[in-house]
Design a protein around this ligand. Structure first.
Ligand SMILES: *Cc1c(COP(=O)(O)O)cnc(C)c1O
Length: 321
């Protein structure tokens, strides 16, 4: 196998220049209730306010902005449970690139509709019986499209790292950073930025309890594959870490923690009631883990990536009920 070139913090800096003026510089919010409950100074980087509603716009746009003229003309294909699809769809529209998106049959209706709304071709597959990566690769080969995977791609990782870069540049040095974990694009990018800008800070990834493949992988030293986990955290229903994300996580991440669906519902309620913001279930992972280890956070400066806010409003009400 050829040597894999891992993205670096320099790539995150280049990505931040590429997305400047196109992606939103999202707000960093604080909550005196959260500070009091955790005994820490907590800074929430609110990517639910990012374009298309999640941090994934950062990585998607960065990847597509680097296409050659020939790649732009032929088009892009992406497979995703939703947010990466919307990120690629919106980026493709902004850059004038034709896009095909492969989405699971049970993706939230709001995400499918939003993706179609960007004027791209949507191909639906069965999440539990078909292999989306294979479908994506076949479409790419047949039509000469460039496949942009949701996390295991250097330009995607570098783009996702710009959220933590902005966070630390705005609030200063942090002691601990928490990021939700699916395939590890967000976490590995977050780790690159945190190590560069706040050396010595601990970085934790947080995944749904029902799908702790990342935790198993970190502890066993090789990538563990699992069946698609059944969890309300649809942004983190991944089956394995990536060839690029795993080595960065092994090198730069302190540990991987988990949170239950019940904890995620409680965090959705917290963000809605206390902070007046709508988050999707996956976005509650960071705060849930921080609460669970609050004894170790006393007096610390803590960054939490709130990854997105895309949730059907009816589903949102059901989850809070
Ligand atoms: C994709 C996604 C994640 C997980 O990101 P990875 O890069 O796959 O680890 C977390 N939260 C939201 C809202 C997402 O869309």
């Amino acid at each position: 196998m050829s040597e894999l070139k891992l993205p670096t913090y320099e790539d995150v800096v280049a990505a931040s220049q590429r997305i400047a003026g196109v992606a939103h510089k999202t707000p960093v919010l604080t909550s005196s209730t959260a500070n009091a409950e955790l005994g820490a100074e907590v800074y929430f980087k609110c990517e639910n306010f990012q374009r298309m509603g999640a941090f994934k716009f950062r990585g998607g746009y960065n990847a597509l902005a680097k296409f050659t003229p020939a790649q732009r003309k032929a088009g892009v294909v992406a497979f995703s449970s939703g947010n990466h699809a919307q990120a690629v769809a919106l980026s493709a529209r902004l850059l004038g690139i034709p896009a095909t998106i492969v989405m699971p049959h049970d993706a939230p209706a709001a995400k499918v509709a939003a993706t179609r709304g960007y004027g791209v071709q949507v191909v639906i597959y069965d999440r539990y019986t078909e292999d989306r990566e294979q479908i994506g690769r076949e479409l790419a080969a047949k039509h000469g499209l460039t496949l942009i995977p949701p996390y295991d791609h250097a330009d995607v990782i570098a783009g996702q790292g710009t959220a933590a870069k902005e966070l630390i540049e705005e609030v200063g040095r942090l002691d601990v950073v928490f990021a939700p974990l699916g395939g590890g694009g967000l976490l590995s990018g977050t780790a690159l930025s945190t190590h560069a800008l706040s050396p010595g800070a601990k970085v934790y990834g947080v995944e749904p309890e029902a799908g702790n493949d990342g935790q198993q992988s970190l502890r066993s030293g090789s990538i563990v594959h699992i069946d698609t986990p059944k969890t309300i955290a649809d942004g983190a229903q991944t089956q394995h870490l990536g060839q690029l994300t795993f080595p960065i996580i092994q090198r730069d991440v302190t540990d991987i923690l988990t949170a239950s669906d019940e904890q995620l519902r409680a965090e959705m309620r917290f963000f809605g009631e206390r902070m007046k913001i709508v988050i999707e279930p996956t976005s509650g992972l960071g705060l849930a883990a921080a609460r669970a280890m609050k004894d170790q956070l006393q007096g610390k400066r803590v960054g939490i990536i709130v990854s997105g806010g895309n949730v059907d409003i009816a589903r949102y009400a059901e989850l809070l009920a």
